[in-house]
Design a binder for this molecule. Structure first.
Ligand SMILES: C[S@@+](CC[C@H](N)C(=O)[O-])C[C@H]1O[C@@H](n2cnc3c(N)ncnc32)[C@H](O)[C@@H]1O
Length: 462
């Protein structure tokens, strides 16, 4: 872990916020024990990681040492995820350049088309200039700090040449990963597609729309009753800046998913705004620190404003588009009030719709961030402090089926009987961990080529 992350983690642990409802310090995640992991180790004995094939599956001390090492390695992948965010900023950013974006059509041509190469060169020069400027906006300054932490400097032309090479090498890597993504098999291996990739924090509104539809669907089927959600967790809420899709960089870093989930729960009458508790579980100190700062501001009576931009050039069926626009227009009306959004810069205006919502401080205070690696950690199981709902979108895809199975155990340990896990990645079923398959929601997003989003749902045995 880098010094920066250690420091942010230390600051977070100093900001011991009282639990939303109990006025106590928040609970602390604990590592999965050998006994808790045993069903997964037995069921997957033929395909365990090499280091676990020895005695570590019988010896609790060896198991704990292995878990600590793996936990560290997963957290180190965040650094590579930041590289992807920087590359997305290079491809799509609109605040630092007037050059064409390197969209999904252009990306495969990088390296072989002199036109796309020129776009990339110009964008890299403009981005380096912006990062070196003392007036850089929050996101660009964040990226400068990331590069400086890696040992890069902006001082001399030679220093800046090295940064440019780094930026363009990363663009070539992202191109290759994108081509690999296009060639992926359409089988269940797609749910582990990013298992070797850096872990990024990017997020946008599409998964929140899917969660909303799925919750609505659960209500229609009688799986969720009015007022039945008291404690909910969002695993990996993300931070919205320079995301994979469009990388809009014209607004400050923000997290949306925890608030979008609360908004949906309130609209559907599933949770009480005065008492619900939402926990976020994340390994990123940037995410955790961001949410803890929003909470601190809320405690001082300050609201949290979210910008809600979306990409109108995305491929959608007319039905998906209509339903999404309805969702987007209402988004936030149960947790705050509309305010004037940050203006979209000319470079993105033609294909961006946006609005903004100022979220009431008392809603922000319902959210408590916890540092937790869902693959290896959970909260101490407690009959009074169990969760009714745990939601994770675009997170399990970063892990292999062994890791996903451990995450399934960890989530099950935290759920109340009859509680649900929602995930847009299918979790392996070789170890049920007391969770059985429940309602599936399918959204047809686009056709020719077809694009479908799915929400998988697992219910804890009653
Ligand atoms: C790509 S973002 C997804 C954000 C949001 N859920 C969405 O769907 O737009 C992945 C998020 O999961 C977090 N994350 C990744 N691995 C994790 C783990 N093992 N435990 C907890 N959080 C994790 C990342 O730090 C990040 O916040």
């Amino acid at each position: 872990m880098t010094t920066h992350k250690l420091l942010a983690g230390a600051i977070l642990s100093l900001c011991f916020f009282p639990c939303a409802a109990h006025g106590q310090a928040p609970p602390k995640a604990q590592f999965i024990s050998l006994e808790e992991a045993q069903p997964v180790l037995s069921a997957m004995s033929g395909s365990l990681p090499a280091e676990l094939k020895s005695t570590a599956t019988q010896d609790p001390a060896q198991w704990s040492a292995w878990v600590l090492k793996q936990d560290r390695q997963i957290r180190e992948r965040l650094d590579r995820g930041e590289e992807d965010t920087l590359t997305n900023l290079l491809r799509f950013g609109v605040t630092f350049t007037k050059e064409y974006r390197i969209d999904d059509e252009y990306l495969p041509k990088y390296g072989s088309s002199s036109l796309v190469n020129a776009f990339a060169e110009n964008r890299a020069n403009d981005l380096i200039r912006a990062m070196a400027s003392p007036n850089a906006n929050e996101g660009i300054a964040h990226m400068r700090a990331f590069l400086e932490k890696k040992g890069y400097s902006f001082k001399t032309p030679e220093d800046r040449r090295k940064i440019k090479k780094y930026l363009l090498d990363n663009l070539a890597r992202l191109r290759d990963e994108y081509l690999h993504y296009l060639a992926q098999a359409k089988d269940d291996s797609r749910f582990q597609l990013f298992q070797e990739r850096g872990i990024s924090l990017d997020t946008n509104l599409w998964p929140d729309f899917l969660i909303d539809e799925h919750l609505r669907h659960m209500v229609e089927k009688g799986l969720l009753k009015p007022g039945s959600i008291h404690r909910v967790a969002v695993v990996g809420p993300g931070l919205d800046f320079a995301n994979k899709e469009k990388g809009n960089d014209f607004y400050p870093l923000q997290t949306i998913q925890p608030f979008a989930v609360l908004d949906s729960l309130f609209r559907l009458g599933l949770a009480d705004p005065a008492t619900v508790e939402l926990y976020t579980f994340d390994i990123s100190s940037d995410v955790n620190f961001h949410i803890s700062r929003a909470r601190k501001n809320a405690a001082a009576g300050r609201p949290y404003t979210v910008q809600l931009p979306w990409d109108t050039s995305a491929r959608h069926t007319p039905e998906y588009r209509k339903d999404f626009v309805n969702y987007w227009q209402e988004l936030g009306d149960r947790i705050g009030a509309p305010v004037a959004p940050i203006a979209v810069p000319p470079g993105a205006a033609a294909e961006t719709q946006t609005r903004a919502v100022k979220i009431r401080p008392e809603i922000v205070r319902r959210v408590t961030p916890l540092d937790m690696n869902i693959v290896f950690q959970h909260l101490p199981p407690s009959p009074q402090q169990g969760f009714d709902l745990i939601i994770g979108t675009n997170i399990f895809v970063y892990f292999n089926s062994f890791e996903q199975s451990l995450a399934r155990v960890n989530m099950s340990l935290m759920l109340n009987p009859g509680g649900f896990v929602l995930s847009n990645d299918k979790l392996p079923g070789s170890v049920s961990a007391g969770l059985s398959d429940s309602l599936l929601t399918t959204q047809i997003v686009a056709r020719d080529p077809d694009m479908t989003e799915m929400m998988f749902c697992y219910e804890k045995k009653k």
